[in-house]
Design a protein around this ligand. Structure first.
Ligand code: GTP
Ligand code: MG
Length: 218
């Protein structure tokens, strides 16, 4: 569950950042969500499968245009029995990594349902990247790159094939998600004057956490 270890706890309680983005990784069990986050946060990989119980999170700070952005990345359990817990965390998420496994047809077929879950439980401005993980397993591939790309196009999502094992496109996926969230925020500020004046509504910019804010739950 959402218990950070000492070092991570220290980083997560660090208030020295310009913005905070809440991100979620979702998708069927065993597609590689935890491995993906483990690779990104610790640059490590293990072939052992320990299915996530409920939800967990990691924190990582990235820099863009001289601003520090604290990423609070939630790793959700893919197993159906945790769905009520995990969907409760969708609200307020600015970005989603929706993952399937390129060697697992069922996980790909489930993408549409996961997309519906995002629409149902998250803010309408949240950004999504579709990720086909385990691209190192070319010989066992069942879902073609083109099928993944086509589905992403239909759903209006960005698309990457990745490997948590071989460290392919992991960092790029997070960077791309941060970029599209920043672009969306900039659009909001340009087209919606209320976005800079603090008028209440469900916008992406509502989720910005300025430096020194003390109500962060982590
Ligand atoms: P839940 O927590 O049950 O939702 O699963 P998960 O999506 O977090 O899957 P997890 O990261 O635990 O990975 C499942 C299995 O796939 C593990 O045995 C991993 O080692 C393996 N795996 C994850 N990513 C990759 C990858 O990129 N390539 C290969 N070959 N195996 C991977
Ligand atoms: Mg997991």
């Amino acid at each position: 569950m959402a218990v950070a270890q000492d070092g991570k706890q220290k980083e997560s309680s660090d208030q020295n950042f310009d913005y905070m983005f809440k991100l979620l990784i979702i998708g069927n069990s065993s597609v590689g969500k935890t491995s993906f986050l483990f690779r990104y946060a610790d640059d490590a990989f293990t072939s052992a499968f320990v299915s996530t119980v409920g939800i967990d999170f990691r924190v990582k700070t990235v820099y863009k245009n001289d601003k520090s952005i604290k990423l609070q990345i939630w790793d959700t359990a893919g197993q159906e029995r945790y769905r009520t817990i995990t969907t409760a965390y969708y609200r307020g998420a600015m970005g989603f990594i929706l993952m399937y496994d390129i060697t697992n047809e069922e996980s790909f077929a489930a993408v549409q349902d996961w997309s519906t879950q995002i629409k149902t439980y998250s803010w309408e401005n949240s950004q999504v990247i579709l990720v086909g993980n385990k691209c190192d397993m070319e010989e066992e591939r069942i879902v073609s790159v083109d099928s993944g790309r086509l589905l992403a196009e239909q759903l209006g999502f960005e698309f990457f094939e990745t490997s948590a094992k071989d460290n392919i496109n992991v960092k790029q996926t997070f960077e791309s998600l941060v970029d599209i969230i920043c672009d969306k925020m900039a659009d909001g500020l340009e087209t919606d004057p209320a976005a800079s004046t603090g008028t209440p509504s469900t916008r992406l910019t509502d989720n910005l956490v300025p430096t020194q804010q003390s109500d962060c739950s982590c």
